[in-house]
Design a protein around this ligand. Structure first.
Ligand code: FPP
Length: 248
């Protein structure tokens, strides 16, 4: 019988509030590989395996939405070999994991643009979305060919195309035209690898999110690190710009 790694027994404290929506900038795959004298793509493969573990933990912990930054509009500028490798990894991920993700009740969604993505990958992404659209346990938003500014530009274009007069534009007018329309904003955004930047990720949606930065490289960011991030989130006092107790 396969033994369970001790980490798999770690659970959130029952008194904690579990963030409904966690978003992650999965950074540090390249440095993880370099430390091991491996090619960068080996880091992305290790990062993909880790993503699988983190999805499983989120399902178990009762997170309802998980948004992961898989490929930015700026990542096309990386060497062709790395870009092609990342596209292959995405395809393999869908081929390998779709059945199990579907069985676990994971709904796959895409945030970003599909234009410019190779046709066979577009087809696989559309199939994965279609097949899992009724699943309710965890919504997995894959930010792929995504950029926060680009998302806002396309929302503004749609507002103009829809002929909405300037005085009728509200936050809702914009939010309902983003890729994330209908989804709640992230409560907690995690960035791994020690970088302390937003990097064009969920610019609009993360306005009131709690940010958590950790030096751990993404392939090493395990269940225990996720629990540390959730514990830290529980120590924050979310004020959304207000004063909670004016007499304090
Ligand atoms: C950042 O690390 C990571 C990426 C640009 C790609 C993230 C992709 C995955 C984890 C795998 C694919 C995702 C799915 C949904 C299957 P980096 O390369 O910038 O690392 P570095 O800063 O150390 O060089």
């Amino acid at each position: 019988m396969p033994s369970t790694p001790p980490e798999d027994n770690l659970r959130p404290d029952p008194t904690w509030e579990i963030p409904a929506h966690i978003a992650i900038i999965m950074d540090g795959n390249g440095r993880w590989a370099r430390e091991r004298r491996l090619p960068r793509l080996a880091g992305h493969r290790a990062g993909t395996e880790n993503l699988r573990r983190v999805i499983r933990a989120c399902v178990e912990f009762g997170v309802h939405y998980l948004t992961v930054y898989a490929f930015s509009t700026e990542n096309w500028a990386r060497p062709k070999e790395e870009v092609d490798g990342l596209m292959e990894i995405m395809e393999e991920f869908i081929d390998k994991e779709l059945d199990e993700l579907d069985a676990e009740g994971v709904q796959i969604r895409h945030v970003g643009k599909l234009e410019g993505v190779r046709p066979q990958l577009q087809i696989k992404i559309r199939e994965a979305i279609e097949r899992t659209r009724h699943n309710q346990r965890l919504v997995l938003n894959v930010a792929f060919n995504y950029g926060g500014r680009d998302e806002i530009v396309q929302a503004v274009r749609r507002i103009v195309e829809d002929g909405i007069p300037a005085e009728a534009i509200t936050e809702e007018t914009i939010a309902s035209r983003l890729y994330t329309a209908g989804l709640p904003d992230p409560d907690l955004v995690i960035r791994t690898s020690g970088e302390v930047r937003i990097s064009n990720f969920l610019l609009w949606q993360s306005a009131y999110a709690e940010w958590y930065f950790t030096p751990v490289f993404w392939p090493d960011f395990g269940r225990q690190h996720l629990l540390e991030a959730i514990a830290d989130y529980n120590r924050r006092e979310r004020r959304f710009g207000r004063v909670l107790d004016p007499d304090e």
